[in-house]
Design a protein around this ligand. Structure first.
Ligand code: GCV
Length: 668
């Protein structure tokens, strides 16, 4: 084992990893000027040793993890492995609150924040590198607790670095002003210090009203000189503590969060003001485009384009507009966000959701790589000029994922949910990797390299997202979730006094004629026009619209003939049926995997797979029986009799936390 180049902490980590885990011939780790830039690396065998070379020590660390991954998968080193990451910034967004809760988190509490020092040590239940966290009084001693947190942060950093993730936003986009107070900044510094050797920069979500809320100013108007000064001084303070701080993530004028519009200013005014404060330090602003009007307005799916397009080209060089992959909100299937294709003079980036807010939380095993790749693939449409993976000038490219990480023992609430954290990192590094390859890697590295196990479970993983769409919201249906918790179905939910675009009937528009949201130019909201011509022509026409997005773009008659020759109604019912059968098959496959997986993890996942299949039935019955009240059509052959009655389903809300087997038993 040899190292050449400046022996910084990162190179030393690479050395430690190789010394501890590499079982092959001698390795040389070389940081050299002629090596790959942008943290890329080359790995090759020069006859005497395996050489890992890069222009940076971080590149060498990434090379070391790649070599170890190949070893663990039994892949021989042939020729030169030469890699450079696709996106410059590969960033997790944690929706962690300063009190330790995690918005849309299904894996316990935050690994970063806790309301009181003594409260967290007992909660952080993970055992890492021999450090256990049983909640004894002794364990609550501050020093021990500090050590424990540092151990967790290190393990987190190492896991991220091993898949190329190089940035993290430590707190919720619904940001509390106190995150910029001294105490939280000190804590941020501590975390940054632990993450730094692994090449991970920290960012913070900021509350736009902070100058008013904690700065003693009477306004947060971005054009007010005192406000501008406040942000500059705040940025200076932060960089004094954390010289490599990444920058700010901002959710402004969205879902009640404050923003520049509160003062009659624009997104450009707000974003550029923050950008100016960060620019001298090399920091950036990730300004989110998840906006929809504060009052009910036009088609919600069209609002981000309406609100942002007037500002295309006006954002400062260190601003990136962060856009969710779809136009509404992380639904099991959405078309690509038209804003990602429309903004031509602005650096944009995609935000995907790793945490499964809308895909069965940490109960359903749903592998999300196919969903994210679907978005990348559409973006390659000939005239769909997308900026999220190209540099505009010398701006940075980035890819963000809302993390599914918490203090649960397996990090993600389910061992299989880790596959999505893994897939995010791998795709941020190389979006051309296939779903199968990522699944195979994850399964081999996490459970077993047995070929039967890997083949069978790769199939399950790669099919799982499509099956979830089938049993939840097939054919382009969207947002028919239960109010607020987003686990179960409530297509009927429409209490008086709630704004329509927060309710399922706004999205499915079921009536006696048919089903679906008409977004065509001729008779609907016209949202199809926001796409470039090649996609507009496909989506706007009922006959060319892909059937898996049909009800997103069209209101379709119940007796409309689909490509198969079957009616919409029969196809809808049979697709739900297919989804349930597939979920049942997943459970059966996992049942047969017992011999390949340790008992604890097998059992925990078995419970989840069974529960997934059972709740898929619930989804199927709830949606089909409810839509039948509009179609008034019989259930087609091949659709197994319903297990539930619609009235009962309406009485019991399918909530992950409080819906139990006992509830199920109460049903007739
Ligand atoms: C952080 C959805 C989620 C919210 C989330 C919001 C966002 O509406 O339900 O929990 O808030 O998206 O992305 O800002």
């Amino acid at each position: 084992m040899k190292m050449s180049g400046k022996k910084d902490a990162t190179l030393r980590l690479a050395c430690d990893e190789i010394q501890q885990y590499w079982k092959g011939k001698n390795v040389v780790l070389a940081v050299k000027k002629s090596g790959k830039t942008r943290d890329g690396f080359d790995i090759f065998d020069d006859g005497r040793a395996v050489r890992i070379e890069s222009a940076s020590s971080l590149g060498v660390l990434y090379g070391a993890y790649t070599l170890l991954r190949m070893q663990a998968m039994g892949q021989p080193l042939q020729g030169t492995i030469s890699e450079t990451p696709c996106y410059d910034i590969r960033i997790l967004n944690h929706w962690d609150n300063p009190n330790g809760t995690v918005e849309r988190g299904f894996a316990g509490r935050s690994i970063f924040w806790h309301d009181a020092p003594s409260a967290s040590s007992g909660r952080a239940r993970r055992a890492v590198d021999g450090v256990t966290s049983a909640s004894t009084p002794q364990d609550n001693a501050p020093q021990k607790q500090d050590d424990h947190l540092v151990t967790i942060w290190k393990a987190y950093a190492r896991a991220n670095a091993s898949i190329g993730i190089n940035a993290t936003v430590l707190n919720n986009v619904n940001a509390k002003p106190l995150m910029l107070g001294d105490e939280k900044l000190q804590e941020t510094k501590r975390i940054a210090d632990v993450l730094r050797p692994y090449g991970i920069k920290v960012y913070l979500s900021v509350n736009f009203a902070s100058p008013k809320a904690i700065g003693g100013l009477s306004t947060a108007d971005p054009l007010d000189p005192d406000v501008r000064r406040w942000w500059k001084e705040k940025a200076n303070d932060i960089y004094r503590m954390i010289p490599d701080f990444g920058g700010f993530l901002v959710k402004a004028n969205s879902e009640g969060e404050p923003g520049p519009m509160d003062y009659g200013r624009s997104h450009v005014d707000g974003a550029n003001m923050l950008a100016e404060a960060l620019a001298p330090h090399g920091g950036i602003v990730m300004w989110r485009a998840f906006v929809y009007s504060a009052k009910e307005g036009s088609d919600r799916a069209a609002q981000a384009v309406e609100e942002f397009m007037p500002y295309d080209g006006q954002f400062a060089d260190n601003v990136i507009i962060q856009i969710k992959n779809g136009p509404v909100d992380f639904q099991p299937r959405e078309p690509i966000s038209p804003l990602l294709l429309a903004m031509k003079q602005t650096q944009t980036m995609i935000e995907v959701q790793i945490t499964q807010e809308y895909l069965g939380e940490s109960v359903h095993s749903v592998f999300l790589a196919p969903m994210w790749k679907e978005c990348f693939d559409v973006a390659k449409a000939p005239d769909g000029f997308a900026n999220f993976d190209k540099h505009i000038g010398n701006r940075k490219t980035a890819f963000a994922g809302v993390a599914n990480i918490g203090d649960s023992r397996n990090w993600c609430g389910s061992d299989m949910a880790q596959a999505n954290w893994y897939a995010f990192g791998r795709l941020a590094w190389n979006p051309d990797l296939s779903n199968e390859q990522i699944a195979r890697e994850f399964l081999s590295l996490t459970f077993s390299t047995n070929p039967v196990f890997v083949t069978e479970m790769t199939h399950v993983l790669c099919q799982s997202r499509e099956s979830c769409v089938k049993y939840m919201m097939p054919l382009g249906l969207h947002h028919i979730f239960a109010d607020n918790h987003h686990y179960g179905p409530e297509p009927w939910y429409a209490p008086k006094g709630v704004r329509a675009d927060w309710l399922p009937p706004y999205y499915h528009k079921a009536d006696a004629n048919g089903l679906g949201f008409d977004r065509t130019v001729e008779t609907g909201s016209g949202a199809t026009k926001q796409y470039p011509p090649s996609l507009y022509n496909i989506y706007n026409d009922l006959n060319s619209c892909p059937e898996n997005l049909l009800l997103w773009f069209h209101h379709v008659a119940w007796n409309h003939r689909m490509h198969s020759g079957k009616t919409l109604w029969d196809t809808l019912c049979l697709t739900y049926e297919e989804g349930v059968r597939e979920a049942e098959a997943f459970a059966d496959t996992w049942r047969n995997m017992k011999q390949y997986v340790d008992a604890d993890r097998w059992e925990a996942l078995m419970k989840r797979y069974d529960r997934q299949a059972r709740d898929a039935w619930w989804w199927r019955d709830a949606c089909v029986l409810y839509f039948q009240t509009f179609s008034k059509l019989p259930l087609p052959d091949g659709f197994r009799p319903a297990k539930f009655k619609l009235d009962d389903l309406k009485r019991y809300r399918l909530v992950m936390d409080n819906y139990t087997a006992a509830d199920m038993d109460k049903l007739p």
